[in-house]
Structures are given as structure tokens and as C-alpha cells.
Ligand binder design. Sequence first.
Ligand code: NAD
Length: 433
Amino acid sequence: MKISIIGTGYVGLVSGVGFASKGHDVTCIDIVDEKVDKINRAEPPIYEEGLEELLKDVVSNEKLKATTDTGKAVKETELTFICVGTPSKQDGSVDLSGVEKAVQDMVQPLKEKDEYHVFCVKSTVVPGTTEEKVLPILEKSGKIVGEDFGLGMNPEFLREGIALEDFLNPDRIVLGGWDENTLKVLSEAYGRFQVPKLKTDIKTAEMIKYTSNALLATKISFANEISRICESIGIDVYEVMDGVGLDHRLKRDFLNAGAGFGGSCFPKDVKALVNYAKEKDQETKLLNSVLAINEEQPVHIINRLEHISEGVKGKKVAFLGLAFKGGTDDVRETRALPMIKRLLELGADVIGYDPEASENFDELLPGKIRYTDSREEALEDADICIIQNDWNEFKNLKPKDFEPMRGKIIVDSRRLLNRENFTDDLIYIGVGV
Ligand code: NAD
């Protein structure tokens, strides 16, 4: 099948490479020349495990190419996925300008095309967007939905860091379609994916994505709220959640206390759902609290450190992990930002280290902290070490790994270390214990 994908960020590129690896002929489209050139040279513009190898395969087998020419790509394919960003506006609502611009570019090729074509939104958009915002733009072509073209919505559930693995082996695929013909084309695109496929109308598919992310975010904030109670009474929230998670009605996943949820999806999607509900005159007391807890949690961790360490002013803090999670260079809504801002407010001297994300992080806080190229260098003479994300190299560090430090305090905001190993010499501060 010939597929075009507009927007080659985390979702678009990973989907493109994934579909190409399943045998489809894929054309990736982006407005950024540099990204397009890189993809054609088989160099991924983003970091994701396994992406470079698979991109090399599909480019060299001529199953995937990239272009800036939307018109040509739409004309030469049967199905277009729209994967451009949908960031938050100031009020939390979804900024659709990228999607609208991308769809606008498809009007002329649709007008000039004689064959049936399916347009499918993969970007996360609130219920109603595909039919009320995307469709009217496509209809400017004079073509008729359901006759000349199909319209679909296929939310993406991949997780950055393991995006390719998630795309290729998802728990389920949700296909929202205008009609049976649209659903037939979408099912064909996913023909080689042997996983449950749920076919719905378009609005339901849009709502499934928001509801999934809102529930995952709720589990995280719930775990963080319980963790503060556990800290105050000296018990371990991880042990508590292990006990809770054994109940088959309550899955253990996403009940880990930490620094809160970040990244390009959870914060923006929960805010968008809250805003959308407000437009529909619905209250979101639970989701408002989920967001509030998430804002407080990174500051709570630093305030607790400040209390235990009797002040961080002038102290050298080795801050390990700048990306919002391990395995990615993405710093969107990373919890490192509020944590480091609070540390700087309190007068700490912060040295940041992340295997992939330092450059991106420096754009968020230009010139405010120093960076090192290795974990060991960051720890050299540090008074305090804070672990913020879960890169493999931060997992299971032992007391001897902290020997280069001059101070004794380790803050484990992801609970990656075995606290039993930390006695006498080092002071271990784990979230939720
Ligand atoms: P991204 O910002 O990484 O990528 C978007 C890409 O679209 C960029 O390369 C940009 O240059 C390109 N673009 C913008 N306007 C364009 C246009 N008019 N024509 C062609 N290209 C254009 O975004 P992302 O993280 O891949 O997210 C895309 C969507 O998928 C969002 O709605 C997001 O909420 C959703 N989503 C993201 C994830 C994730 O983990 N990142 C997971 C599930 C869903």
C-alpha cells in the first residue's frame, strides 16, 4: 500500500518506519528541509532506540523516502496520516494551527486527484476536531467525503523511549472512521499487525486517546499523593503499591511515585481535556487535582531535600537526567525543569548530565547550569546527587559509584536504586519512603 505521513516527529517518523518495515511504500513529509534531508540519508533527526537501524533498512530498500512536497506525496499515495504537533495554547486548549496548515496543503492535490484517498488524523485532537475542523478544509477541494475521499482518526499510543517497539507491538489499534470504506483502507494499512483492533466512529477514537492519557496521569498523581503520606509516616509507597497492585482490579503499572508526569503528551492532553470539558460546561474536579499534584511534586522533592540537607545554598548538585524520561532526548515538560528552577532559586550550583538531552535542555534554561559529558564527571566533588530520569545507566547504581562525590546525599526521584545498599556513609532520599 502507498502511504504518506505528514509531520515526521516522534509519531510520524516512527509510524513511517514502522509501516515501511511491514512492507508498505511510505513517503514522509515535513516542512523542515534539514529533517527531510537527514531521513533520506537514513539519519533519524530524533533519538529512539532501534530507529537508526530500521530507518537504514527501509531507506536502502527504497520502502521509505522523505520530501517537503505535500502535493506530490498525497497524489502518489492512497492514504495520508496527519502526524503534526498539537501543542497547548496558553489556556490549555489545543493549538490546531499546525494541523490546519498541513490539511490546507492537501486541498489542491485532493482537487486534482481522480482516485479515492483516505485522510487519517493521528495527531491527538479533542473530540469533534476531525469532523468539525479537518473535514471543512478538505471539502474546499469540492470533493465529497464518503464518495471521493475517506476520513479517519487513528490515535497513537506509543511511548517515547520505546516508541518503535510500541508502534510495532501495540496493545490495541483504535480505528475511527467516517464509513466502512475508510475503515477498510485503515484496516489494510494495519493488516500485518496481529493485535486487537477496535473500530469506532471518529469522535469515540478521539476520546479514547484523551481518556487513556488522563487515566494514566491520574494513576501517577494518585501514587504521588499517597507517597507524601507514606513519607510522613516512614513507610515505603512502593511496597504499599506492590500490595495494592496484586488486586486484579488494580493494575500495578503507573502506580510508581516519582517527580510527576512530563513529556509531550500527558500534561498537554490532560490540560486539553480539562479545557474541552469546560467548553462543554462540565466540571473536572478530579483532573484539576491531577494537574495540581503534578505541579507540586517536583517542588516537593526539592523542598524535602532542602529540609533534610539543611539548605542547598552554594552546594554543588549533580543532576542526572534532563529528558522527561530515559531513552529519549525529548525535554518537553520534563520534571527536570521545575526541579532545577527550584534548586537555582535556593542558590544551588547545578551540574546537569543526560546521555542525549543536554543540548535540548539548555534551550529551556539557556546558560543557567553547566553540563558534563559523563555521569562520573557530574558526580566529581558534588555535595548532592539527584536522579531525575530512568536511563539504564542510572539504574542500580551502587554506593561505590558515588565515591567521587564529596557530599553524602542521594535523591532518587525515580526509585531506581536499592536503598538497602545505602547505609551509614550515604544519605538516601527516595521518593515515597
Ligand atoms: P513533533 O513535534 O515531534 O513532530 C511534528 C512534526 O510535524 C515536526 O517534524 C514538524 O516539523 C512537522 N510539521 C509541522 N507542521 C507541518 C506541516 N504543515 N507539514 C509537514 N510537517 C509539519 O510531534 P510528535 O511528538 O510526533 O506528536 C505529533 C502528534 O502525536 C501530537 O498530536 C501528539 O500529541 C501526538 N502523540 C505524540 C506521542 C509522543 O510520544 N510524542 C505519542 C502519542 C501521540
